[in-house]
Design a protein around this ligand. Structure first.
Ligand code: FAD
Length: 378
């Protein structure tokens, strides 16, 4: 009989781990009471190692770049196995400067990226308008990151569920608590009390990963919810944007992600609001106001959707991927702003760990055990 693995959480990470494990011949059970509450449902799907680069996060940059290089083949293989599209678009990203201070910040980012070997180029205001003719007039310039792309997280998630189903993943629509003791985890208990035994339990429950009952205290994941809102708009006629567009309007970050079918995803707020998922009128107003400042035509758009999601934040903004320190329990969580981007490298790494006991080198710096108990939310 093949070795068994239970995956707790059917967001993008859990479904991808389940699919990759099933491809390796493992017997996989995936549990989730409500997959659509996952952060993936609100996520814009930017695959943006370069334009998400933060000065204190260079180890994460290498992981992000690794995952980005996997995306073309990951998306093609997934689409083929699931028999449906995943919305992967190699469209590049343009970052717009609102004023001279923004331009100086982009020059610094460009220089910092160049030192790390990542490709981007500075563009003048005139070049910006040539790249994106629908932009507001008078913007002073920007930065082109030709390697930062996008995928549609809703298509991606649907394809991952279907590909897993075709590979024999058993999906159980239930919450899960962990069964075992302080030294070893032996399976999970579903909401109706059924115990599912497994050689490996993978916690992929996003921002809820630190709140799964039954997890031994020493192995509780250091994650917290960080609320974010996105809007989905549609303009009549031909698509007006060619690239993912990012910027900051008077200091507030904003992005516009144009889908192939003409939809534009606008995001995102970032709020420390616990597990609250109510849409906030002020956040919607600010997103519409700032998006329209960059793309005036948006005043004519239809507002199709307002979504709220909870990013799984960690103390250092990097994911927790690998052995938890308790036998039988593995974490694949804490992906914060980059979970869609990090889906391929995480799924490949966890499948390798489960099947062979080896976690690839690129994931070694992201061991869940790197945090002290004091950093784990109570
Ligand atoms: C507004 C917004 C914009 C974003 N934009 C981007 C972006 O452009 N690019 C990018 O790379 N990332 C982006 N992200 C981040 C990305 O969405 C997350 O990092 C990613 O979705 C995390 O995936 P996950 O599978 O770990 O968690 P989730 O997608 O949140 O899924 C977790 C699942 O676990 C389930 N669960 C919880 N508890 C239990 C339990 N006890 N038993 C069983 N199941 C359970 C939940 O029901 C949920 O379905 C964005 C996020 C937000 C909110």
């Amino acid at each position: 009989m093949s070795e068994s693995v239970v995956v707790v959480g059917a967001g993008v990470i859990g479904t991808a781990v389940a699919w990759r494990c099933a491809q390796r011949g493992l017997s996989v059970t995936l549990l989730d009471p409500a997959p659509e509450r996952g952060a993936w449902h609100a996520a814009a799907g930017m695959l943006a190692p370069i334009t998400e680069l933060h000065y204190t996060e260079t180890p994460l940059l290498h992981l992000n770049l690794d995952s980005l290089t996997r995306y073309p083949s990951f998306a093609a293989e997934l689409s083929e196995e699931a028999g449906q599209p995943v919305g992967f678009r190699e469209c590049g990203t343009v970052v717009v400067a609102w004023d001279g201070a923004d331009l100086a910040a982009l020059q610094d980012l460009h220089a910092f990226g160049a030192r790390l070997g990542v490709e981007s180029s500075l563009v003048t205001g005139r070049e910006l308008r040539a790249l994106e003719p629908a932009l507001a007039a008078g913007l002073p310039g920007g930065l082109l990151a030709p390697g930062d792309h996008q995928v549609d997280p809703r298509l991606l998630h649907a394809a991952l569920l279907e590909a897993g189903r075709r590979r024999g993943v058993t999906y159980v629509p239930s919450g899960a608590s962990v069964v075992g003791d302080a030294s070893r985890v032996t399976g999970v208990r579903t909401d109706d009390g059924t115990v599912i035994s497994a050689a490996h339990v993978v916690i992929a429950a996003g921002c809820w990963s630190g709140a799964i009952s039954g997890v031994p205290a020493a192995a509780v994941a250091a994650v917290r919810p960080v609320k974010g809102q996105t809007l989905r708009l549609r303009l009549p006629g031909e698509p007006v944007l060619r690239h993912v567009l990012r910027g900051a309007v008077k200091g507030t970050p904003i992005y516009l992600v144009p889908r192939e079918d003409g939809q534009i995803v606008v995001g995102a707020s970032s709020e420390e609001a616990g597990y609250d998922v109510q849409p906030r009128a002020g956040a919607v107003y600010e997103l519409l106001r700032d998006a329209q400042s960059l793309l005036p035509e948006l005043s004519e758009a239809v507002l199709e959707d307002v979504s709220t999601g909870l990013r799984p934040g960690s103390p250092d903004n990097a994911p927790l991927v690998g052995a938890s320190g308790v036998a039988g329990l593995i974490h694949a969580t804490g992906h914060f702003r980059n979970g869609i981007l990090l889906t391929p490298v995480t799924a490949d790494g966890i499948a390798s760990l489960v099947a062979t006991g080896e976690l690839p080198d690129v994931l070694q710096p992201f061991a869940p055990t790197r945090f002290s108990p004091a950093e784990v939310p109570a």
